[in-house]
Ligand binder design. Structure first.
Ligand SMILES: CC(C)(COP(=O)(O)OP(=O)(O)OC[C@H]1O[C@@H](n2cnc3c(N)ncnc32)[C@H](O)[C@@H]1OP(=O)(O)O)[C@@H](O)C(=O)NCCC(=O)NCCS
Length: 205
């Protein structure tokens, strides 16, 4: 059963604490080293450029088709290109990921995707670590993600949550956003078909 299934439909935007807290601090402090710095993986992570948008869309397309990731219009990628980093292996873009700021203390890891041919080589971990570094630099203290990849994110210090990660006042402010990802973060009824089966996860920085 996923964390979201544990939330009563009437629960509303009340803040509900992350579960399995006893192991949390240890998990976070044991975050793995950045594979992009290990030298043996050959993974290079860098900020995305506008010319990477085609490659990013190419990585996302098969995952969006399987409803693993949210499908977006091309314009949405150009608008958010500064949120993205990409990972290169031998000069090819084989991974991407974005950090989207939601509020003063809170960001979302989104559109983390690795080409099928490059899975299990540390690319996803390297991209995630770079986004965590960005989050630290921005002064964020919490990272949210909505994912099927619970094992991967758990190994990177995230924990499943039920309910909302913001208090009702901030929830009301976030309702003013036009961003579809924010609608998913808020768990709005109209986007529930897109997020079915995903787990809501949070990492404290
Ligand atoms: C989740 C996802 C990004 C992981 O990408 P990945 O590149 O395979 O991730 P990694 O290689 O860093 O880690 C996966 C496993 O590979 C192995 N691995 C990691 N580094 C490795 C290396 N240098 N060499 C060999 N194997 C390695 C490990 O077993 C690792 O497990 P761990 O999490 O215990 O460390 C990828 O599966 C994906 O694109 N999923 C679909 C999209 C999605 O759901 N995104 C999340 C929501 S936004």
């Amino acid at each position: 059963m996923s964390a979201r299934e544990l939330v009563p439909a009437h629960a509303g935007p009340a803040v509900i604490r992350a579960v399995r807290r006893p192991h949390y601090a240890r998990t976070v402090s044991a975050a793995p080293p950045d594979p992009s710095l290990q030298g043996d993986t050959g993974v290079v992570v860098r900020p995305a450029r506008t010319s990477d948008v085609r490659a990013i869309r190419g990585l996302v397309a098969p995952l969006a088709e399987r409803r693993v990731l949210l499908d977006k219009e091309a314009v949405a990628y150009y608008e958010s290109v500064t949120d993205f980093v990409v990972a290169e292996l031998d000069g090819d873009v084989v991974g991407c990921g974005a950090l989207h700021v939601l509020w003063e203390d809170l960001g979302e890891i989104r559109t983390l995707a690795v080409a099928e041919t490059a899975l299990g080589r540390g690319v996803g971990s390297a991209v995630l670590q770079r986004l965590v570094d960005r989050a630290h630099a921005l002064g964020l203290s919490r990272l949210f993600c909505l994912t099927f990849e619970t094992a991967f994110f758990t190994r990177h210090g995230f924990e499943p949550i039920d309910g909302q990660a913001v208090d009702p006042e901030i929830y009301a402010e976030l309702l003013r956003s036009y961003d579809e990802g924010v609608a998913e973060f808020l768990d709005l009824e109209r986007v529930k078909p897109n997020t079915l089966g995903n787990t809501r996860m949070l990492r404290l920085l």
